[in-house]
Design a protein around this ligand. Structure first.
Ligand code: FES
Ligand code: FES
Length: 160
């Protein structure tokens, strides 16, 4: 089957019910997307499907042919051959958010989809939007500060 990932077409040989997460990591080597619970609970495997945050560990690959998949590897943009980090990536660096970092690509993909739909979120809206992504290192306070900063950065760049 053919998958569109980060703007590139991939021909993939996979069982129809194989989770997207395994295809990304094992077949394609896109290991930025992480395995946590494998049950759709923790959020560490979050990618975008047509811009919507989606848990790849419970997404059968056969259900997403023809849809635009974005992983953490595709979140930054190339502008005049220079990589420009997504506002969420920049904010997570600026705020020094990660500890072990295992949950972080899922956190950032969730945050990136969220600020696309809410350019000026309140603290409460950020709490709700990020509340289902677990961080075993307990970086929750910094994550929330960084999401607010990312929304601000996107507004400053005129992306929101
Ligand atoms: S690994 Fe997918 S939600 Fe936990
Ligand atoms: S930074 Fe370690 S699990 Fe979140």
């Amino acid at each position: 089957m053919q998958l569109s990932i980060n703007g590139r077409a991939y021909e993939v040989d996979a069982e129809p019910d194989e989770p997207l997460l395994w295809v990304l990591r094992d077949a394609l080597g896109l290991t930025g997307t992480k395995y946590g619970c494998g049950l759709g609970i923790c959020g560490s495997c979050t990618v975008h499907l047509d811009g919507v945050a989606t848990r790849s560990c419970v997404t059968p690959v056969s259900t997403i042919e023809g849809r635009a998949i974005t992983t953490i590897e595709g979140l930054a943009q190339l502008v005049d051959d220079v990589e420009v980090l997504h506002p969420v990536q920049q904010a997570f660096i600026d705020e020094q958010v990660p500890q072990c970092a295992w949950c972080m690509s899922g956190q950032m993909m969730t945050a990136a989809a969220f600020i696309e739909t809410n350019a000026a979120p309140t603290d409460e809206e950020i709490n709700v939007a990020m509340g289902a992504n677990y961080c075993r290192c307990g970086c929750y306070t910094r994550i929330k500060v960084a999401v607010a900063r990312a929304a601000e950065l996107a507004r400053e760049r005129g992306e929101a």
